[in-house]
Design a protein around this ligand. Structure first.
Ligand SMILES: [Zn+2]
Ligand SMILES: [Zn+2]
Ligand SMILES: [Zn+2]
Length: 147
C-alpha cells in the first residue's frame, strides 16, 4: 500500500473535510468553513486559543466556547486529530482519516510527519490477557529544518 505524503493540496483537504462534516449530519456554517480553511491551509498543530484568535480577528463577537465546541465536534467525526503536549490540547487536520497512524511532531515549528508503523503489536505480547481499548504513540523532537 502506498501512502500519499502529508500536505494534500488545500482544496483537496478542504473538500474532504466538508464531505466528512456533511456525512456526519453537521451543517456547514460560516464559522465551520473558516475553521476548516485554517486547518486545510497550514496542516500543522494548533492550540484551540490560536484558532480562536485567528477567527476572532475577523469576528470579534465570537465566543471561545463555540470555537472549542467546533474543534471538539470535528475531532469526534474524524476531521481533526488531537494530541496533548505540555498539558495543552493541540488540533490538526487528520492526515489520513482512514488509516491508523502515528506522528512525529516538531516541538519548535509544529511540523508533523506521519508514522505508518505501529508499535502496538510488539507491546501487546507484554500484556497477556488484557484487552487493549486504545493507545497513543507520539514522537517529539526537532524536524530536519529546525535541528
Ligand atoms: Zn495524522
Ligand atoms: Zn521544525
Ligand atoms: Zn498504533
Amino acid at each position: 500500500m502506498t501512502f500519499q505524503e502529508q500536505n494534500h493540496s488545500f482544496e483537496e483537504t478542504r473538500d474532504e473535510a466538508i464531505a466528512m462534516l456533511k456525512e456526519a449530519g453537521l451543517k456547514l456554517t460560516k464559522k465551520r468553513q473558516e475553521i476548516i480553511d485554517i486547518f486545510a491551509q497550514d496542516q500543522k498543530y494548533y492550540r484551540a486559543i490560536d484558532v480562536h484568535d485567528i477567527l476572532s480577528s475577523e469576528n470579534p463577537t465570537m465566543s471561545y466556547n463555540t470555537t472549542y465546541r467546533n474543534l471538539y465536534d470535528f475531532t469526534e467525526i474524524g476531521i481533526l486529530e488531537v494530541t496533548e503536549y505540555n498539558q495543552e490540547q493541540l488540533f490538526k487536520i487528520s492526515c489520513f482519516p482512514d488509516h491508523h497512524h502515528h506522528h512525529f511532531i516538531c516541538t519548535n515549528c509544529g511540523k508533523v510527519i506521519p508514522i505508518h508503523a505501529c508499535p502496538m503489536a510488539k507491546i501487546e505480547s507484554e500484556l497477556p490477557g488484557v484487552q487493549v481499548q486504545s493507545h497513543r504513540f507520539e514522537v517529539f523532537g526537532l524536524c530536519e529544518e529546525c535541528a
